[in-house]
Every structure is written in structure tokens, then in C-alpha cells.
Design a protein around this ligand. Structure first.
Ligand SMILES: [Zn+2]
Length: 365
């Protein structure tokens, strides 16, 4: 029943200071010229898509439509030691050197503003705080509303709006400092979590289950055949899906692939790299709010079955503000105890309606 489970939501205003400015010149390159030409021809002012309004949209909705059982706490910046479990010393030095500056790091997407390095430290530290709260038993489930996001950040490289890999930092902290033995990471962001995959590629104690829109799509990795290596062979599970797959396909992947994999792995902590960009109004994996709720129900059941409900959600992408906020709220309701309904066969219904439309248009009475 809604409200019967306690949920702590971690939110920290220091993350709003990451605000890359569209007027900062891109690194010189063909992409830069092409993007600027297209935007100029459309008379559109380019803005950085991963902006502070993403977090405030979620916060405002939760204040406007509160959820029983939910309370807020703030995070803390991650330390160098905590970040160095998944990023190299030279990479950390390069990022720390950007404090107080505007700069582009990655020719496709990633930039920083003067407050970004601290915001990224707080994002990673807030993911850690969310994990500590569930392991200490202060709440069975937590949700870290963080930005910049993390799952594209690699050990040595910023990518895809990501500086530090928040979820990976939290998983590594759980293993190194909190006594967790087996951490399951579920990454349902529409993009493949290339950074998380790389970090735990050969680690048999961290299982990554990743559904994403299939390549050709950013960042281009996440093929079925990418299953981990060395001792970690088999603990990386990729499920690439065609664009528009919808709730039914996602639920099938979770029920028929994730559930048996989790039952085999027996995690003592479950993390979700929770992006909301597979929403039907965002990057076209055609998932609905009901779909997010049903996926959350499956993950919540896995955590209940294997690790006394220990589950932490960590925000990744989601760029359509309304669906980002509504999707997050739908997830939090299930974490707070609501029973998710089976979502409608979204997509199939649209296709059926389109088929009916075309039948009338093209087939004479
Ligand atoms: Zn994404």
C-alpha cells in the first residue's frame, strides 16, 4: 500500500551549479560547424540539454503532489579516494583542474561551468549517501536525484554529459567500505551505460543488466555479445532493443532475462541507473509512466527476495521535463509501496489504430 515503505530522496542544491553555457565555443571541429550552421538556419538558440531545470522539475512536482512515506535528505561531496575506485588519478587531476572554468571536454556533448566540478563531486557523493542509507537500514529504498549524470563516464574519460560515474562510484563504495559482496546494477536508461560496463567488465562481484536502444544510437556500444571478460565473463548482460519497443518489450526483458540472472547472482544490494529518456516523449523507446512503475515493481521484488529490499535508485538521463518528473514520481510511488498496474500494450494499440486508418484510406468500401 502506498506509504507503507519509507523512501529517502537525496537532493542537494549544489548540483544546480553545473550549468554549461551554450555560448562557450565548442572545440574546433566539423561537428561544431555543422551544428551551428543547422541551428543558425533554424533560428534556434542552442542550450545545453542537461541543465539544472531537470532536477528542479522533479523537485517541484514532488512538492506539488507529495508521496506519503517519502522524506528528503542532502548528500555530501565524494572524496578523491571514493572517486579513485573507478577513475584514474590522471583523469581526476584533469577534472579537478577545471574548477572555476568554462570548458568543453568531449567534442560531442560534455561541458563544464565554474560550479561543475563541485556539482559532480556532490552527485557522486549523493549516490554514495543513498547506498549508505539502505545498507545502514535507515530506509529500505532510496533515490538519489543527481546531475551531472554518470553512466557514460569511463575510468579515463568524460562522455555523454557525464563527469564521474555516480552509480559505479556508489557500487564500488558498497563493496570496499560497506561490506557488500555482490552488487546488481540495473541500467534502464535509453542509452547504453558504456562507462559502467567498462569499469566492471572483469569484475564478477558486480553484475550489470543494461537495456537500451540498439546501435546505431549513442554511445554505440552494448551489443548482445558484450558479456564481460576474465573473471567477470557473464556478469555483463546487454539487451539492445529497437526504437519504439515499448513497455511490453521492456517488461519481457526484465521478467525473462533480469529476474533469472538476479536469482542466479543473488545480490546483497541492488542499484538502478534510472534514466527517464526511454519515455515515449523523449528518446523514443516508447515507455510510459505505467511502464516505469511496473519495471520498478520487478526490481523492488528482486531486492525484497535477495537482500531485504536494499535498493537505491540513481538518476541518469531524461530530457523531456514533464516525462522526467512524472516518470520519477511513478517510480517513487512504487518504492513507497504502491502496487504497479500492468501497463497497457502501448505501441501495439497505436499500430493497430494506424493499421485501421490505412485500411480505411487505401481499401475501397
Ligand atoms: Zn540516456
Amino acid at each position: 500500500m502506498l506509504g507503507e515503505r519509507q523512501v529517502i530522496v537525496f537532493y542537494d542544491e549544489r548540483m544546480l551549479a553545473h550549468c554549461p553555457n551554450a555560448d562557450v565555443p565548442f572545440l574546433p571541429g566539423r561537428l561544431d560547424r555543422r551544428v551551428r550552421e543547422i541551428l543558425a538556419s533554424l533560428k534556434v538558440k542552442w542550450t545545453y540539454p542537461e541543465h539544472p531545470g531537470r532536477l528542479t522539475a522533479i523537485k517541484e512536482l514532488l512538492e506539488r503532489a507529495p508521496i506519503p512515506g517519502l522524506r528528503f535528505e542532502t548528500g555530501a561531496p565524494a572524496t578523491r579516494e571514493q572517486l579513485s575506485r573507478v577513475h584514474t588519478t590522471s583523469y581526476l587531476e584533469a577534472i579537478y583542474a577545471l574548477r572555476g572554468r568554462n570548458a568543453w571536454l568531449d567534442v560531442d556533448t560534455t561541458a563544464v561551468s565554474p560550479g561543475s566540478v563541485e556539482a559532480a563531486e556532490v552527485a557522486a557523493g549523493t549516490a554514495i549517501a543513498a547506498v549508505e542509507a539502505v545498507v545502514e537500514g535507515r530506509a529500505p529504498t532510496t533515490c538519489a536525484l543527481v546531475r551531472p549524470p554518470g553512466h557514460h563516464a569511463e575510468p579515463v574519460r568524460a562522455r555523454g554529459f557525464c563527469l564521474f560515474n555516480n552509480t559505479a562510484v556508489a557500487a564500488a563504495h558498497a563493496r570496499a567500505a560497506l561490506g557488500c559482496k555482490r552488487v546488481l546494477i540495473v541500467d534502464w536508461d535509453v542509452h547504453h551505460g558504456n562507462g559502467t560496463q567498462e569499469i566492471f567488465w572483469a569484475d564478477p562481484n558486480v553484475m550489470l543488466f543494461d537495456t537500451h536502444r540498439a546501435s546505431p544510437f549513442y554511445p554505440g556500444s552494448g551489443m548482445l555479445e558484450e558479456v564481460g571478460g576474465g573473471l567477470g565473463e557473464g556478469t555483463t548482460i546487454n539487451v539492445p532493443l529497437p526504437g519504439g519497443s515499448g513497455d511490453a518489450a521492456m517488461l519481457k526483458a526484465f521478467r525473462e532475462i533480469l529476474v533469472p540472472a538476479a536469482d542466479f547472482f543473488k545480490p546483497d544490494l541492488v542499484l538502478v541507473s534510472a534514466g527517464f529518456d526511454m519515455h515515449r516523449f523523449d528518446l523514443a523507446l516508447n515507455v510510459t509512466e505505467e511502464g516505469f512503475a511496473a519495471l520498478t515493481g520487478i526490481v523492488r521484488d528482486i531486492a525484497d527476495r535477495h537482500c531485504e529490499g536494499r535498493l537505491a535508485m540513481i538518476l541518469e538521463g531524461g530530457y523531456h521535463l514533464e516525462s522526467l518528473a512524472q516518470g520519477t514520481r511513478a517510480v517513487l510511488e512504487v518504492l513507497a509501496g504502491a502496487e504497479p498496474a500492468e501497463p497497457p500494450e502501448c505501441g501495439t494499440r497505436e499500430v493497430a489504430a494506424a493499421a485501421e486508418f490505412h485500411r480505411r484510406a487505401f481499401i475501397p468500401e
